[in-house]
Ligand binder design. Structure first.
Ligand code: KIV
Length: 291
């Protein structure tokens, strides 16, 4: 392993020392930018189903989709720890199947995998993946792969029973050996309580400032996604608008003939003699002035 690379033990050791900056990325250019910006962790999230593949949720994303994007993101990341998000049905059928699928992420270059949920049957799967020497990041609260069971993308842990269940799940993930736990869309107070109770870093998204780190979706942070964005998203740029303006400018230049410039952006035959040899004598040839 590259000695400059952030490792799983290094992430664990960041708890209470420095806040962890995680961002999603889904391909070589996005991972390269995230890595150059000193992100600690790059999550190849199954959110790619929505922000890259245009599905309404993450449920249609397959292991093959994820591996394709994981390989590309890994090639762009030389510093950050790369976590591959296990998609729906890749760890729901059997323990054996789950371990094999997790192993495929490692073979695609991921350093760890992320699994949603913390109920007892999920803990057994996570323990088996850990037993295969694959580090696991947990994820509780709003777990998007459970969108149908939860009845929508909604704040979780609002009542006492749910809040207790989420604390129990997070503690179980910690005890099972997860190296970090994503807390998604839960009240800040609950996230603060979980953060205090678990020994590993919590990484929040819509979970308030008390978490040990934060994660945002690349396309949300940069203003590249025009679907619904949650209250918890802070948009740091409007790259989508800039991209559209640039492409409109290009299209206008093509229409009015100002792109490409014949001198600066085109190639030319070496000499008028060469062109005469190609087209024959008698052809009037104008060579552009050298720049
Ligand atoms: O898929 C994803 O992007 C995620 C993050 C929101 C944590 O799971």
């Amino acid at each position: 392993m590259d000695s400059k690379r952030i490792t799983v033990p290094a992430v664990r050791a960041m708890k209470g020392v420095k806040r962890i900056g995680m961002i999603t990325a889904y391909d070589y250019p996005s991972a390269k930018v995230a890595d150059a910006a000193a992100s600690d962790i790059i999550l190849v999230g199954d959110s790619l189903g929505m922000v890259v593949l245009g599905y309404p949720d993450t449920l249609s994303v397959t292991v093959d989709d994820m591996l394709h994007h994981t390989r590309a993101a890994v090639r762009g990341a030389s510093h950050a720890l790369v976590v591959g998000d296990m998609p729906y049905l890749s760890y729901h059928v059997s323990v054996e199947d789950s371990v094999r699928n997790a192993g495929r992420f490692v073979q695609a270059g991921a350093h760890a995998v992320k699994v949603e949920g913390g109920k007892p049957s999920r803990i057994r799967v996570i323990e088996a993946i850990l037993d295969a020497e694959i580090p696991v990041m947990g994820h509780v609260g709003l777990t998007p792969q459970s969108v149908n069971a939860l009845g929508g993308f909604k704040l979780q842990g609002k009542n006492l029973v749910d809040a207790h269940r989420l604390v129990d799940e997070a503690e179980a993930l910690d005890q099972a050996g997860c190296f970090a736990i994503v807390l998604e869309c839960v009240p800040s107070e609950l996230a603060a309580m979980i953060t205090e109770r678990v020994s590993v870093p919590t990484i929040g998204i819509g979970a308030g400032p008390a978490c040990d780190g934060q994660v945002l979706v690349f396309h949300d942070l940069l203003g590249l996604y025009d679907g619904h964005t949650s209250k918890f998203v802070r948009r740091y740029a409007n790259i989508g608008d800039e991209m559209r303006a640039a492409i409109e400018h290009y299209r206008a230049d093509v229409r009015d003939g100002s792109f490409p410039d014949d001198a600066k952006e085109s190639f030319h035959a070496a000499s008028a003699d060469e062109l005469r040899a190609l087209y024959g004598e008698g052809v009037v040839i104008e060579m552009p002035k050298a720049q």
